[in-house]
Design a binder for this molecule. Sequence first.
Ligand SMILES: Cc1cc2nc3c(=O)[nH]c(=O)nc-3n(C[C@H](O)[C@H](O)[C@H](O)COP(=O)(O)O)c2cc1C
Ligand code: SF4
Length: 448
Amino acid sequence: MEPVLLANIHRSDSHTLSGYESTGGYNAYRKVLAEMSPDDLKDLVKESGLRGRGGAGFPTGLKWTFLPKNHPGPIYFCLNADESEPGTFNNRILMEEDPHQVLEGLALSCYATGAETAYFYIRYEYPLCYKRLTQALEEMYAKGLLGKNILGSGFNLDIYLHRGAAAYICGEETGLIESLEGKRAWPRIKPPFPAIEGAFRKPTVVNNVETAACVPHIVNRGVAWFRSMGVQPDPNNPRDPGSFGPKLYCLSGHIEKPGCYEAPLGITVNELIQEYGGGMLDGRRPKAAIPGGISMGLLTADEFDCPLDFSGPGRYGCLGLGTAAVVVMDETVSMVDYLHNSARFFAHESCGQCTPCREGTSWSLKMLDRIQAGRGRLIDLDLLLEIGDTIGIIPGTTICGLADGAAWPLKNAIRKFRGEFEDFIKQTNPDGYAETSPVPALHEIHGH
Ligand SMILES: Cc1cc2nc3c(=O)[nH]c(=O)nc-3n(C[C@H](O)[C@H](O)[C@H](O)COP(=O)(O)O)c2cc1C
Ligand code: SF4
């Protein structure tokens, strides 16, 4: 596939305004400001079928239409560059290597939605991105691409870089908004959705960096081009609007050539590993893969023909495509260790507002601590599954999707690798694996 989003990143000047303009950069912005109304651009993005790259795959143009019509303003645009999902670094590559592509996409998205103020919420741990974006914004202001009456069009836009608070929950859109407002990043109960009441209680759009980066290409090359890439809607599933456009995959784990690759939506895990990742590390056998960030759950090696489009991983019992960060594990990986790691992450990152999430994530960690310490019981596996099935917004018990993210690894690892968990428990706790109570306290296990 001809690279689109990564087309210019190998140039030494790809992060500068002159480098960007020499490859046609800002042509889309100039064209739109001169020839198109905001509604024209909104319609174009809607017709393109662009779906959000931040995790949920929500149709971007549709999201934009949720803003109130003829609102007197202000309307705010937040670009979500928090990128905290483990295994994910596609936003980082775009921001470091081609920041103007992202900024052109952001400026176009602001024009379409009527936002004259944008907040670029960037993960604190990305200093080079911050530096490059600061420089890129200075260049844009100096060239009259930001500010008042941009290129004589009457459109005004200011973009503020805002460094994040270094927590996973800052990436959740309403957590991000709270954090932007200077508060603790506690997600808000919805509705109202940000489109009605977002940053500073004004209508707000939140989009991901890669989503924005697609917009100039839709303007330059058209809807038919965009829809020619990817996977058509499933005729048997009226809820599947298809998966179109260029896509970045972050490939890591036990493969020869980890990296960020641009590949067609719908590529299978196997193809991604073989064609882009250079095969399994040292030729070892694969055991499992995360299809799109740790929250999406697991695929077994037998499921590596799973297509990586927005619907594919769901058909294999995963939450979805997520951020398209594929983490490959070979046969040396213990699923007990993997799940323990995942549980530790979610217990640490839960903001604690919702009881099922706060208690469920810490309870599952405590059980996995105990299993790892050789005091597991077979019944723990069912208890872990029960936690996985009862927390999250899908059963409707929590404010945000972090709890679902914690649930899917639990459900998938235990359902798909139950035998391995049972063997581990039987081997490490041969006398007590069937006991049901009492559960030993952690200090008894660790002996302090
Ligand atoms: C716990 C949690 C963390 C999230 N982290 C991110 C993130 O780091 N970056 C991101 O773009 N979206 C993240 N999201 C999704 C955002 O809430 C939101 O859906 C997304 O930014 C919308 O952009 P899009 O429509 O362009 O995908 C997260 C969601 C949850 C529940
Ligand atoms: S689901 Fe978890 S992270 Fe999300 S708001 Fe509730 S407690 Fe916080």
